[in-house]
Design a protein around this ligand. Structure first.
Ligand code: PHE
Length: 362
């Protein structure tokens, strides 16, 4: 075996290491030098054919080459990693001085705002909020409210009847036509005294400038031992003054009929329509805003309350209608067209929560 040219091997291997362009190339240079089949390993194996003297010096020289190559690999690796990091930093560079992208801010829908105002006003009078299902059964929507089958009031309501599993009309399940079923559910599950409002969605098959198939109502119900029509009047007066932000809004109670109240009334507020502009207050015109009355004894009985001991009042009001009046929104249908320009115009700043103390309307 001829003597190994250690110097030539060293410079060859160091050259391979220093010319490795990336981490993968560096790794194959490492395997080619130091791996099991690498050049240094092969040279070590060749030592056996040398004289003992040569074996010693060449062996030492090869070990030194091995260390030098390993060291060069570590250094090259650090360089390549630093370069890769630098490249990544360059490519992911952020210009923090760029202006932000324009974001459009959300607005609260006038219905949500109006509901918040209603809850704030009645809440301050001591009434709390109850909710009920939008899909109601015949008993809660009609029968318990003293509207038996065949009663003409059922026709007046333009009810959406649901279908059973076979696609046949199911006259037991309806989309609630008013929020009054929440009265029934509350009286069934709670003991008097009861003081609640029930805001929520209601449904009737109707569509024009003043009717949409889905709309909102708020129901009011107060039951105790000595509740009179006077309490009803006072409660509604206080509500209208606070809501319309007009002192002593003129209220007119017109005798009316609902199967579930006796006596019943529809309530009008004083207004003016002069010059096509609607104003609420002390003028000589009237506008209907709600229905109300003293809860019918039969309704109390259906809900397990003794009419000899308890009585109370109820009212039901359309939320869209009073929102349109207060905020000058001319067409009901626009509430549900989901037009972002409309919402930007008529919507409310979401975090300015309606409160009697800080002002209802932002
Ligand atoms: N539920 C009635 C309606 O939808 C309103 C109402 C509620 C009237 C409570 C009297 C008492 O028209």
């Amino acid at each position: 075996m001829t003597a190994i040219d250690v110097e030539a091997l060293k410079s060859e291997l160091l050259e391979e290491v220093s010319s490795a362009a990336d981490l993968a190339a560096l790794d194959s240079a490492r395997v080619g030098a130091l791996g099991k089949k690498g050049k240094i390993t092969a040279a070590m194996k060749g030592l056996g054919g040398l004289s003992p003297e040569e074996r010693k010096t060449t062996g030492q020289a090869l070990n030194a080459v091995k260390d030098a190559v390993a060291e060069a690999i570590d250094a090259r690796k650090a360089d390549l990693e630093a370069a890769a990091l630098q490249q990544q930093l360059e490519s992911e560079r952020l210009d923090v001085s760029l202006p932000v992208r324009p974001e459009s801010r959300g607005k609260l829908h006038p219905i949500s705002q109006t509901m918040d105002e209603i809850v704030a006003i009645f809440g301050a009078m001591g009434l709390s909020v109850r909710e009920g299902p939008n899909i109601e059964d015949d008993f809660h929507n009609f029968t318990a409210l003293n509207i038996p089958a065949e009663h003409p009031a059922r026709q007046m309501m333009d009810t959406f009847y649901l279908q059973d599993e076979n696609g046949n009309p199911d006259f037991e399940k309806v989309l609630r036509t008013h929020t009054s079923p929440v009265q029934v559910r509350t009286m069934q599950s709670e003991e008097p005294p009861i003081r609640i409002i029930a805001p929520g969605r209601t449904y009737r098959s109707d569509y024009d400038a003043t009717h949409t198939p889905m709309f909102h109502q708020v129901e009011g119900l107060v039951i105790d031992k000595h509740i009179t029509f006077g309490h009803l009047k006072g409660c509604l007066q206080e509500f209208c003054d606070a809501y319309f932000e007009v002192e002593n809004v003129p209220l007119r109670f017109r005798p009316s009929y609902f199967p579930f109240t006796e006596p019943s009334a529809e309530v009008d507020i004083g207004c003016s329509r002069e010059g096509g502009e609607l104003k609420i207050g002390h003028y000589d015109d009237w506008l209907e805003i709600l229905g109300c009355g003293m809860v019918h004894p039969k309704v109390l009985q259906h809900c397990g309350i003794d009419p000899e001991e308890y009585q109370g009042f109820a009212f039901g009001m359309g939320i869209e209608r009073i929102a349109m009046l207060k905020y000058g929104i001319p067409d009901l249908r626009t509430f549900y067209e989901a037009d972002i320009r409309w919402l930007k115009h008529y919507g409310f700043v979401p975090l300015e929560v309606a409160s009697l103390e800080r002002g209802l309307t932002p």
